[in-house]
Design a protein around this ligand. Structure first.
Ligand code: GLC
Length: 722
């Protein structure tokens, strides 16, 4: 290859949104004949059979933030946190295969999917793009998505390497963590997912880790990813995450979206400075060859160079996958007998708030998908920084209301916008039952800065704390726009109140004891309206389990006050992740606090029991037990296997899980073999995983704090892996 050809591979150019800049300012590096614009374009080398590299976002489908006016829309799959709730690897793989087909049909050979950062902070605006707070669940599911996409001949990323767990001033955020704890949490997620799916590329994140930017972090890129783990693919930066060419020496192979760097850092380092560095000997020849080889190797390993005609895209099948994902992602948190709603009675049902008459909402940012047929509505929200223009209330049709009318044909529905507590209460009062929606738009570039507008005592409903009322403004997990007050007023007016949440994170629920049922639908994608109606009417038996802990309050979390929250765009922020590897349920196990709803929690319309646990040890834990459907209707359960004590030390780790579908009265024997690194500590001095000989206690349960069966076994000393 010529040097021109080699250096041309080391950058990608952001597609221009038609009309977003003065006419004719299309980046000259993108040939006129390229019409399928998107996140990144890298010229190929036709004489050598190397195709142009065209990348698109992301993990919920093929996005089109205006790049392709003639694109009729893509399948809008459920958010990753909803898929995380399914605990269903096969389902996630099916979604990955479908996304891969839709990317390929548009000529994209790299899909920027595989978001697998841990949900460390329930305020993180991008948790909806990630699977869970647990490394193993996240790794297993992310690997399935990547494998599914790559099975279609499209390279997938895993992202954002690493510890991109908050959005607050992310370009200037320094994430501090103990290196060994990092290996046992966020890095373990990437390590297991890489082993299981061989992603062609890893995308480094915006933030710093322990003082070094992710894209220029020699330790994490050269020593861990490429060194200890032997990762053979390439590392691309995030868009606007390459402030200097020297990142090439630290392990970065490709600068993505170079115009974003020009905007943020005033230069395009790999485009404008890297070649000079090579000419004057600062960039070694073997490093240049390595960068190019890694990129080409991944294209060839996934088969991008061997594309035949694009496979047919069966959108009906993709719609089915999206619907199944929405169904299995819905988590029934509370049910005091009010669900399922009987479909054979002429009930007067109030449907209140959440734009339920228009559709279901989505997360925002680079991962937001424009559905086939377009949105039912888009309401601009805006905000600071580069992602403000992407922060919209997107509504996917069909609406929950029209779907409820289909599944509850005998009922009479009374719609109320939930605009004020008083108005909503009047609607509730005259109804037999109320379904009230609580929504919160969350997305890239923003952590929740919600203000505690919750009345000190909702029952009185007299005095409200919060801004402008003489009380300090407290950032918390409350619903915005006064929805908590609406839900409280409605629950006070009608005892048969059901709350349906469409959020990207846990929420606080001051009205929890006053409502009969609570359903978390997350951002369920294009089929969310139908799936919500199916669950509420009992057409579908909910089987989702929480992939993230719902705390009673932020006081229970490692960082009640999020450093830098609300500071102006551009402010340097340091977040010390002192919980280390004890993320989510692990933190609660350490502190002994009881959350509002635990990791793994979820109810259904039948009951399950576990029995006959048998455990063996040695070099890992193998557990076998029976799951029985003891109820009167078919359903799915997700029994979970946890480590609870390791050689005398209290430590909770999810060791395994299996989603089991059972007819009533039937049973299934489950065997789970633990990933040994979940039983070990990382010994940074030795650079290896260490299992200390001793007694290991395990438990099988329905959630992290509902453990039904316990057992113990002995493990032998081991020093292994890297
Ligand atoms: C965004 C995101 C990343 C995405 C990329 C391209 O800012 O951080 O997840 O893939 O830029 O849109």
């Amino acid at each position: 290859m010529t040097d021109d050809e080699r250096f041309s591979l080391l950058i990608s150019v952001l597609g221009e949104v038609p009309g977003s800049t003065a006419a004719g300012t299309r980046d000259p590096r993108i040939p006129e004949e390229v019409t399928n614009m998107s996140a990144g374009y890298t010229p190929g080398v036709p004489r050598l059979g190397i195709p142009a590299i065209q990348s698109s976002d992301a993990g919920m489908g093929v996005t089109n933030p205006g790049y392709r006016p003639d694109d009729e829309g893509a399948t809008a799959f459920p958010s990753s946190i909803a898929l995380g709730s399914s605990f269903n690897p096969r389902l996630v793989r099916e979604g990955g295969e479908a996304i891969g087909r839709e990317a390929r049909a548009r000529g994209f050979n790299v899909q920027l999917a595989g978001g697998c950062n841990l949900a460390r902070d329930p305020r993180n605006g991008r948790n909806f793009e990630y699977y869970s707070e647990d490394p193993y669940l996240s790794a297993v599911l992310a690997a399935e998505q990547v494998d599914g996409i790559q099975s279609q001949g499209v390279v997938s990323t895993l992202k954002h390497y690493t510890l991109n767990c908050n959005e607050t001033n992310r370009h200037w955020l320094d994430a501090i963590i103990d290196p060994d704890a990092h290996r046992e949490s966020d890095l373990l997620t990437f390590q297991i997912a890489i082993e299981r799916s061989q992603p062609g590329a890893i995308m480094s994140g915006y933030n710093k880790i322990d003082g070094e930017y992710a894209g220029g972090n020699h330790h994490l890129l050269n020593e861990v990813l490429k060194g200890a783990w032997g990762y053979p693919g390439y590392v691309m930066s995030d868009w606007g995450a390459t402030p200097q060419w020297q990142f090439a020496l630290a392990g970065l192979d490709q600068e993505s979206g170079v115009q974003a760097d020009l905007m943020l850092w005033g230069k395009q380092p790999f485009a404008d400075e890297l070649r000079d560095a090579y000419v004057n000997g600062e960039l070694p020849a073997e490093r240049l060859s390595d960068m190019v080889r890694r990129i080409l190797r991944s294209l060839f390993a996934v088969g991008v160079d061997r594309w035949g005609p694009a496979p047919e895209v069966d959108m009906a099948e993709h719609n089915r996958i999206a619907l199944e994902g929405a169904r299995q992602g819905i988590v029934l948190l509370k049910n005091d007998g009010v669900l399922p709603i009987p479909s054979d009675r002429p009930l007067a049902i109030a449907v209140i708030g959440g734009y339920a008459q228009q559709g279901v909402i989505s997360g925002t940012g680079s991962g937001a998908v424009a559905p086939v047929g377009g949105f039912a509505g888009v309401i601009k929200i805006g905000g600071a920084g580069v992602m403000g223009k992407h922060r919209n209330l997107f509504l996917f049709p069909p609406s929950p209301l029209e779907e409820l009318e289909k599944f509850l044909p005998q009922a009479h529905f009374d719609l109320d916008p939930g605009y004020t507590p008083a108005e909503a209460a009047l609607t509730a009062k005259r109804s037999d039952m109320v379904i009230v929606f609580g929504i919160r738009v969350e997305g890239e570039g923003f952590d929740s800065v919600l203000e505690g507008g919750v009345a000190e005592s909702m029952t009185e409903g007299v005095h409200r704390s919060g801004p402008g009322l003489g009380e300090p403004t407290v950032a918390d997990l409350s619903l915005p726009w006064g929805q908590d007050a609406v839900i409280d007023a409605v629950a006070s007016a009608n005892a048969n109140t059901i709350v349906v949440l469409e959020t990207g994170n846990p929420v606080s629920m001051p009205w929890r004891d006053k409502v009969k049922a609570i359903v978390q639908a997350w951002y369920p994608g294009q089929a969310g309206g139908q799936a919500i109606a199916e669950v509420l009417s009992g057409a579908v038996n909910p089987s989702g389990r929480l992939p993230i802990t719902f705390p009673e309050s932020l006081e229970q979390t490692p960082r009640p006050e999020l450093p830098g929250l609300g500071t102006p765009w551009g402010t340097a922020v340091t977040i010390e992740y002192n919980e280390g590897a004890e993320v989510g349920y692990r933190w609660f196990a350490e502190t002994g606090a009881r959350p509002m709803y635990a990791f793994g929690h979820g109810l259904g319309y039948t009951t399950f029991e576990y029995s006959d646990l048998a455990v063996t040890g040695g070099d890992t834990v193998t557990a076998t037990f029976t799951v029985s459907n003891t109820g009167d209707r078919p359903g799915a359960d997700v029994p979970q296997l946890y480590l609870t004590e390791a050689a005398g030390e209290r430590r909770q780790r999810l060791l395994g899980f299996e989603r089991v579908e059972l007819q009533p009265g039937t049973s299934h024997r489950v065997t789970l073999v633990a990933e040994p690194r979940l039983l070990a500590r990382f010994d940074g001095t030795a650079g290896k995983w260490r299992i200390t000989e001793g007694t290991y206690k395990v438990a099988v349960g329905k959630s992290a704090d509902s453990l039904d069966l316990t057992a113990e076994t002995t493990l032998t000393n081991a020093l292994f892996g890297s």
